[in-house]
Ligand binder design. Structure first.
Ligand code: GLV
Ligand code: GLV
Length: 331
């Protein structure tokens, strides 16, 4: 039989690549030490590959899919999110598409949500800058007053695996949990004393709102001006999903007007740009009440190794005629 060939669009942890090689596959890793460009990817895929291991920075559209035809059978996206892949067109061409929602990855993202919540509530970044700058001249009763998380309400929009992992932690910190989702989950409610509510109700009662939905046509700008206006003025918005789930310009305006207290952002609408249209001093980047991380919610040793293994196993399953565990099914 022809040796199976896999193309990997950028260097990733070796754990999964080893599995592919053990299986006897020929593994080619892109030699560019950066995100591959679309024309480079197309050129490479035309050489003929059975599997593609790609990143969330690779836009896998119809042109890329066609370049992989007729040999390409499985695409393993090295991410939980999959909005960078045209799954519908891939499926029409009988190409399987998979993601990497391993437990340890979901837990890493949940830990990141909690890290951003703590950083906002306890004003960690502002205080660090202040202290580092030599501005700390003596203890003051009113220096960097923050908030407790205890007894506060966390609203989770999207009760998938990441949403649940976040809820479990919040409950452990004596927070209350409310959630909005297409589906009600009674056993989750019982286990965590969580309350199911509409998104509008959630926005009204929450002190922290965490977005844990995938980016789909139905979740694009899920949070815009009218939703931000419903939030408490003391509340914080946390986004570790995809930038476009939030209308970022609306968020910036809400932050400037004080409609909400602050935001913790790991993802951005025009990333790697932080502001799509930088406008003078009104930029997310310049707001003290915004904490930002460069799309690193799953950037732990454990999570990234697991992602490599999961992506590899998805390719192996798909090429062995089995159904990959993390096959993406569009509803
Ligand atoms: C990261 O954003 C991921 O989707 O895994
Ligand atoms: C992630 O896999 C999620 O379901 O939220």
């Amino acid at each position: 039989m022809l040796k199976r060939k896999i193309f990997v669009t950028r260097e990733i942890p070796d754990s999964g690549l080893k599995l592919l090689k053990q299986k006897g596959y020929e593994v080619k890793i892109s030699l560019f030490n950066r995100a591959i460009k679309k024309r480079e990817l197309i050129k490479e895929l035309k050489k003929g590959y059975d599997g593609l291991l790609c990143l969330l920075t690779d836009k896998i559209d119809i042109k890329v899919l066609e370049a992989g035809m007729p040999r390409l059978k499985v695409i393993a996206n090295y991410a939980v999110g999959f909005d960078n892949v045209d799954v519908k067109s891939a499926n029409m061409k009988k190409i399987l598409v998979c993601n990497t929602p391993a437990d340890v990855v979901n837990e890493s993202v949940a830990e990141h949500v909690i890290a951003l919540m703590f950083a906002l509530a306890k004003r960690v970044v502002e205080s660090d800058n202040f202290t580092r700058d030599g501005r700390y001249k003596g203890w003051q009763p009113d220096l960097f007053i923050g908030q407790n998380l205890m007894n506060k309400t966390l609203g989770i929009i999207g009760l998938g695996r990441i949403g649940k992992a976040t809820a479990r932690r919040a409950v452990g910190m004596d927070m209350k949990v409310v959630y909005a989702d297409l589906n009600q989950n009674k056993s989750f409610e019982q286990q965590y004393k969580a309350k199911y509510c509409s998104q509008n109700e959630l926005l009204k009662v929450s002190d922290f709102v965490s977005l844990n939905v995938p980016l789909l046509a139905s979740t694009r700008h899920l949070i815009s001006t009218s939703q931000l206006k419903k939030m408490k003025k003391t509340a914080f918005l946390i986004n570790t999903s995809r930038g476009s789930v939030v209308d970022e310009l609306a968020l910036l305006k809400a932050l400037i007007k004080g409609d909400i207290a602050g935001a913790g952002l790991d993802v951005f609408e025009c990333e790697p740009l932080i502001d799509c249209n930088p406008r003078d001093h009104y930029e997310l980047r310049k707001m003290n009440n915004v904490i930002m991380t460069p799309h690193t919610a799953s950037a732990t040793i454990e999570a990234r190794e697991a992602m490599s293994i999961v992506a590899a196993n998805n390719i192996i399953a798909g090429l062995s005629g089995r159904r990959p565990v993390n096959l993406i099914k569009l509803k």
